[in-house]
Design a protein around this ligand. Structure first.
Ligand code: HEC
Ligand code: HEC
Length: 479
């Protein structure tokens, strides 16, 4: 059976020691707290100390801005956050009632997939406190994940359940008679149908429809075409290798595209444009990130064989690695690639407006209005960014390499566990959804038969023998 490891999970002890280095860099170490228990639904797991390295500059002004400056309105107050458990389903609510405040907080963060701050502190990493004490979300809401139980700023947040968070906040507020106009409008908009993914791209479409080309608020609202679908964000440590941003590479890399998310109706165009310097800093911080290092043993002879197979079969799209490595920034036509096409087809009108907008410097920044397919992403740190493909439909690298064995309906069976054999998430599969699930529980299942969620395509590994695939899998651990 697979060897599965599970490091620290509690909110504070899971963060591990933070060791300051010269130049303001940090090495993040995750260690299993003594006496941690294996999860019941994961019989193969056993506690073991796991440490891995991830460098990020904690003193960088871009990082400080992300942590400290609110760019959007508050979405929750600490008081409401502390009451969320009161609207949970029965058994969980009872557990929360009997828990200590610290345990209840950990349960709350876990339910919605919110990352705690690496340096501790009362506000989660996903939020910023504003001048009135309320909490506004920041980029880390979607762009900060837990890898092996440790928070990694810049990794995709593959545990986030924004829909459940918004539903629970509305329930608490409605009990208190405090629902606002925005709460009601927002209720009509799907945040995500599967945990770990979001409808983020359609948020940008909705917010963009409220703006003219200079990002000033429009008087009339022209209803855009919405094609709701969920995406798994890419890891930020690879942005520096890319010439273009987003899975279809539609816009050249620049700091302005990073500002799409601050277009909430409350911000005037002038205010948004005045934040440009902040986003230059944030962009620089993102470009400074390095991929985390695989912490488990690697068979280096096998990996070396894998490197040769990879260079022959995969490198023309994904590039070469190590000293002198090259990344080709290749877009692969969708007909050839065969992965889910929904995201590619959903943005036509948006891209057209975008090409002439302030984001694209009024036409100076290259925008491809009709991209033909998806970009083959860099695979640095690929072990740490499961699940795979732009929609997060494939749970492990082994499944990427075995197109016919990809699970149809799956969910994580252990949040912090790691499948070192198949390299990626520890999962459970079913033919159909179990009966009697709450909506929150149903969102934990990834159903590849649903719209925008296909795990098909990318059949390139089929050219390899089983032996070659084993070698490539070993090599991928080292990137
Ligand atoms: C609600 C979730 C969410 C929030 C909040 C969010 N993003 Fe993203 N981000 C995504 C998703 C999903 C993608 C992938 C979109 C695509 O490829 O079409 C993405 C893509 C990106 C990319 C492109 C990466 C690449 O490799 O192509 C950058 C850079 C980025 N986001 C920066 C930011 C910044 C900076 C913020 C905060 C100002 C932010 N994002 C806020 C979800 C989010
Ligand atoms: C013809 C170009 C091409 C070839 C050849 C190719 N890939 Fe890919 N690969 C892609 C594209 C494009 C994607 C993005 C698909 C998507 O997100 O829908 C991708 C995605 C991936 C991913 C998931 C990346 C992520 O961040 O989710 C992995 C892993 C991967 N490829 C590994 C391989 C391996 C190993 C080989 C060789 C056996 C290979 N690829 C061959 C184009 C290619």
């Amino acid at each position: 059976m697979n060897r599965r490891m599970r490091p620290g999970t509690t909110w504070q002890s899971g963060i591990g020691p933070l060791a300051p280095l010269a130049g303001g860099l940090l090495v993040l170490l995750a260690a299993l707290p003594a006496g941690a228990e294996a999860p019941q639904n994961d019989p193969g797991s056993r506690p073991a100390a796991v440490a891995f390295q991830y460098h990020f500059d904690q003193q960088h002004p871009g990082y400080r801005l992300l942590l400290e400056k609110p760019y959007v309105n508050q979405t929750v107050t600490p008081e409401i956050f502390d009451q969320l458990w009161t609207v949970w389903e029965k058994p969980l609510r009872e557990k929360a009632r009997q828990a200590t405040p610290a345990q209840r907080r950990e349960m709350t963060l876990r339910r919605y997939g919110l990352p705690p701050r690496p340096d501790g502190g009362p506000v989660p990493l996903s939020h910023v406190r504003n001048s009135r004490g309320g909490w506004a979300i920041n980029c880390f809401f979607c762009h900060s994940g837990r890898v092996l139980g440790t928070v990694v700023p810049g990794a995709p947040n593959t545990l986030l359940d924004m829909q459940t968070l918004r539903e629970d906040i509305r329930l608490v507020k409605s009990r208190q008679g405090r629902l606002s106009r925005y709460d009601l409008a927002e209720a009509l908009f799907p945040m995500n149908t599967t945990r770990g993914t979001t409808n983020a791209v359609m948020f940008a479409v909705a917010l963009g429809a409220l703006r003219d080309l200079q990002l000033n608020r429009r008087r009339e609202f022209k209803m855009p075409r919405f094609v709701h679908h969920d995406m798994d964000p890419p890891p930020w440590w690879n942005v520096k290798k890319k010439k273009r941003l987003y899975c279809d590479g539609f816009v050249a890399r620049d700091h302005r595209p990073l500002m799409a998310f601050v277009m909430v109706p409350q911000n005037s165009g002038e205010k948004i444009r005045s934040w440009e310097d902040d986003f230059r800093q944030i962009y620089q911080w993102i470009l400074s990130l390095e991929p985390p290092k695989y912490p488990f043993p690697v068979d280096h002879r096998l990996a070396e064989r894998g490197r040769r197979v990879f260079n022959r079969h995969c490198a023309r799209c994904h590039g070469t690695y190590g000293p002198g490595g090259k990344y080709p920034n290749r877009v692969v036509p969708i007909e050839e690639l065969g992965t889910d096409p929904v995201r590619l087809q959903a943005l036509s009108d948006y891209r057209r407006q975008y090409a002439r907008s302030w984001f694209a410097h009024g036409g100076k920044l290259e925008v491809i209005e009709e991209p033909k397919g998806y970009v083959a992403p860099p695979l640095d740190g690929i072990w740490a960014s499961a699940p795979y493909f732009h929609n997060g439909s494939v749970p492990t690298l082994w499944h990427v390499l075995h197109p016919d064995k990809r699970p149809v309906l799956w969910r994580r069976s252990s949040e912090d566990g790691y499948d070192t054999e198949r390299v990626g998430l520890v999962i459970q599969q079913r033919d159909r959804l179990p009966e009697g699930l709450s909506r929150w529980q149903r969102r934990q299942w990834f159903d590849t038969r649903r719209f925008g969620k296909s795990a098909a395509g990318h059949r390139y590994p089929e050219k390899l023998t089983e032996d070659q695939r084993r070698a490539v899998l070993e090599y991928l651990k080292t990137l």
